[in-house]
Write a protein that binds this ligand. Structure first.
Ligand SMILES: CC(=O)N[C@H](C=O)[C@@H](O)[C@H](O)[C@H](O)COP(=O)(O)O
Length: 228
């Protein structure tokens, strides 16, 4: 899918993140493919997913554009979302529409740089790059490295971003006023009202994960809600 078509497809629409890591009850590519199918039937226009295997299974099942990433921990860095060229190459094998990668100003493992990873993806594929950021400074840095879009995925998960219970509306609002590339709102969007508000603030599109695809967390919110 070319860049223009991708941005047209997702504009003001819902992207659903279908991820279950090894320690989560729904782990497995067949389960994630079914979860993605359910998201598609509910109106998702694209899927965000973890690992080359899940990306391939979800593409095959749904035919939707997939934003792929690989979460992997490295001992010498806090960066864990598509941290190095190794993860980029794994993803390119299954040709996702987009690769999402950590685009914070933090140091990557092995001394690798965002600049190099973005260039590698653009020079070797038609895959677009989604920059997962936490702050305005990250967004500026990512944009200067040539990413195609910014997502607020990491706000609340780095030392220099606020630990909010809900979504970071303020960051999205600020970025939408200044960014010259599309801003995707992501992270703790837990209700349709949150999602709508993000679009009103100027987000190009929104990504919702846990509130739709992590039943253990949805159940917890009910279980705790009735105790209050
Ligand atoms: C911080 C981090 O690792 N975020 C991950 C990024 O891919 C996913 O675990 C989230 O589910 C995704 O960003 C969607 O956010 P939420 O599940 O809050 O709607």
């Amino acid at each position: 899918m070319d860049k223009q078509s991708f941005f047209k497809t997702i504009h003001k629409k819902l992207i659903v993140s279908c991820q279950a890591l090894e320690n989560e009850p729904l782990h497995g590519s067949d389960i994630m493919a079914k979860m993605a199918q359910a998201a598609k039937e509910g109106g998702a226009v694209a899927i965000r997913s973890n690992s080359a295997q899940d990306v391939a299974a979800i593409k095959k099942q749904t035919g939707l554009p997939v934003i792929g990433l690989v979460k992997r921990d490295y001992p010498d860095s806090e960066v864990f979302i598509t941290a190095t060229l190794k993860e980029v190459k794994e993803l390119l094998e299954v040709e996702p529409a987009v690769i999402a990668l950590d685009a914070t100003i933090r140091n990557r493992p092995n001394g690798e740089t965002l600049d190099d990873l973005v260039r590698y993806i653009h020079e070797n594929s038609n895959t677009l790059v989604m920059a997962d950021i936490a702050t305005k400074k990250d967004a500026e840095y990512a944009t200067s490295c040539g990413v195609d879009m910014i997502s607020t995925t990491l706000s609340g998960y780095t030392a220099d971003s606020p630990k909010l219970e809900g979504p970071d509306f303020q960051l999205v609002e600020e970025l939408c006023k200044t960014s010259r590339i599309p801003v995707i709102a992501e992270g703790r969007i837990n209700t349709p009202q949150d999602a709508k508000k993000m679009l009103e603030l100027g987000a190009w599109s929104i990504v919702v994960g846990s509130a739709i695809t992590r039943p253990q967390l949805i159940t917890k919110s009910f279980a705790e809600g009735i105790e209050k």
